[in-house]
Design a protein around this ligand. Structure first.
Ligand code: C2E
Ligand code: MG
Ligand code: MG
Ligand code: MG
Length: 281
């Protein structure tokens, strides 16, 4: 006997699929105009020195307001990548971040960390785009850190190594973001000479269990290979204390500060003294 099909299930599925495709196309169209319509902005999350809680840098995080909706970067970045929009958007982010950071640098030595996608890094012109952003803003290259995610390692490792070297040659620092979440963390350590490793939030969250051993191992490797280590996604005092005891160099997370609007950053760094964030609250 023939099996009965379940057309209603198929119907629901294609309904959902259709909705998803519709949303994707809507976002793609919106995104292609987002710069011209001034819908993009950056917020800045502090990164502090684990020893003295001084703010050493800010990570620029992209925000997109479409009509009255804030679309999260985890949703729109991948769409920008898929539809070839990330280069232009990424260039906008770089220009904007460098301009802003150069005004901060007039008072304090604070770096800016900028996230970049694989497609940007693989672009032949990427180093040129970075140089231009530095020139336009007069930001010292040492104050720019490029954060790339591990997913980049599904791509041509030789090309990436060259690009990283070229960035370092002009004085820019390079970080591996979300370290430990990709599939080839150890070969990254082996093949690429980056400056900074950012331990992914998921390990910090699980520091009471397996996270502890994993972070310990990362610390050993990072020390041996001469990388600085940032832990991201710190939300509790306990997490901070453990990470400090493990010798993590820099800390970032809601426990210290959420991503801030530019006015809030200016307030934080307005004093002549180097800005600090309390580790007590
Ligand atoms: P990421 O670079 O790993 O950034 C960290 C994310 O975790 C940010 O989310 C940040 O707001 C959030 N976060 C920070 N501290 C905490 C914490 O203590 N707890 C929790 N739960 N979350 C925390 P956001 O801003 O939504 O960005 C998500 C991702 O989107 C980023 O992850 C980055 O991969 C990507 N992204 C953001 N801006 C850009 C950009 O300008 N270009 C590119 N290519 N990607 C970007
Ligand atoms: Mg990042
Ligand atoms: Mg990260
Ligand atoms: Mg991420």
């Amino acid at each position: 006997a023939q099996k009965k099909r379940a057309p209603s299930t198929v119907g629901v599925f294609s309904d959902q699929l259709e909705k998803q495709i519709h949303r994707e196309l809507l976002l793609k169209d919106g995104l292609s105009q987002a710069i011209d319509k001034h819908q993009l902005s950056l917020v800045y999350q502090p990164i502090i020195d684990a020893n003295d809680c001084q703010v050493v840098s800010f990570e620029a995080l992209l925000r997109w307001r479409l009509n009255d909706e804030m679309i999260p970067p985890d949703e729109f970045i991948s769409i920008a990548e898929q539809y070839g929009l990330i280069r232009r958007i990424g260039q906008w982010v770089l220009e904007q971040a460098c301009q802003t950071a150069s005004t901060w640098a007039q008072r304090h030595t604070i770096a800016i960390c900028v996230n970049v996608s694989v497609a940007q890094l693989e672009d032949d012109d990427f180093v040129e785009i970075v140089s231009t952003a530095l020139q336009n803003s007069q930001l010292a290259p040492e104050l720019l850190h490029i954060e790339m995610t591990e997913s980049v390692f599904t791509s041509d490792i030789g090309l990436l190594a060259e690009q990283i070297k070229a960035l370092q040659d002009i004085g820019v620092k390079v970080s591996i973001d979300d370290f430990g979440t990709g599939y080839s963390s150890l070969s990254i350590m082996q093949d690429l000479a980056v400056n900074v490793v950012k331990i992914d939030r998921s390990f910090v969250q699980r520091i009471d269990t397996n996270g502890y051993a994993i972070i310990t191992a990362v610390m050993h490797m990072a020390r041996a290979l001469n990388y600085s280590v940032v832990a991201e996604g710190i939300e509790t005092q306990k997490q901070m204390q453990i990470l400090r005891s493990l010798g993590v160099d820099y800390l970032q997370g809601y426990y210290f500060a959420k991503p801030l609007a530019i006015e809030q950053v200016e307030q934080l760094i307005s004093s002549e003294q180097a800005p600090k964030l309390s580790a007590e609250s």
